[in-house]
Design a protein around this ligand. Structure first.
Ligand code: ZN
Length: 176
């Protein structure tokens, strides 16, 4: 039986795969409750999970691997994944790396890492980014909005254009 459009991952032959929250392939580190919260958050914001690229700053540049695995030494890239907002270019929201390290703050080393890769850094529990919970702090490293088109955005635009995602109608605020 063919899947509904919103249940299929968007694939680009060479590298990037964008996974809608209702797709079977949507999986994360963490238990079912964490995945459920992440799924609700991604549905609410229309975020797609980026796969087949490294979950670090280099994935945003669409490198197929992290050079020398250099990002592994940053402890605050724990539970990190890349997310791509499914917005039209005109109402653009930038792709970002979201991590959930066991910490209560953004370390200076993480700020330096963001700056070195041209990314903005912040923590936005008010956007629901704190779905991992468990004593972690949500950290977003975001592609700058004054840049014409970051490598991951350029491919995402093509994927979303050729394989549009159909989003379910919004749930009521109480979730019932
Ligand atoms: Zn890297």
């Amino acid at each position: 039986m063919p899947s509904e459009p919103h249940q299929q991952a968007l694939t680009e032959p060479r590298s990037l795969v964008l996974i809608p929250p209702l797709a079977e392939e949507f999986s994360l580190y963490g238990g079912d409750d964490i995945v459920a919260r992440a799924r609700a958050w991604a549905l609410d914001h229309q975020y797609l999970l980026a796969d087949q690229v490294p979950a670090c700053a280099h994935g945003l540049y669409l490198l197929s691997d992290c050079p020398r695995s250099s990002c592994r030494r940053f402890s605050q890239l724990d539970h990190a994944r890349l997310w791509v907002p499914a917005r039209a270019v005109g109402e653009r929201e930038q792709p970002f790396l979201l991590s959930h390290p066991y910490s209560d703050r953004i370390e200076d080393e993480t700020r330096t890492y963001a700056e070195a890769h041209g990314l903005g850094v912040g923590s936005f529990p008010e956007f629901g980014d704190d779905w991992y919970d468990s004593g972690t702090v949500p950290i977003r490293l975001t592609v700058p909005d004054d840049w014409p088109l970051w490598p991951i955005e350029a491919i995402a635009v093509i994927l979303l254009d050729t394989q549009p995602v159909q989003w379910p109608r919004r749930l009521s605020p109480c979730g019932s």
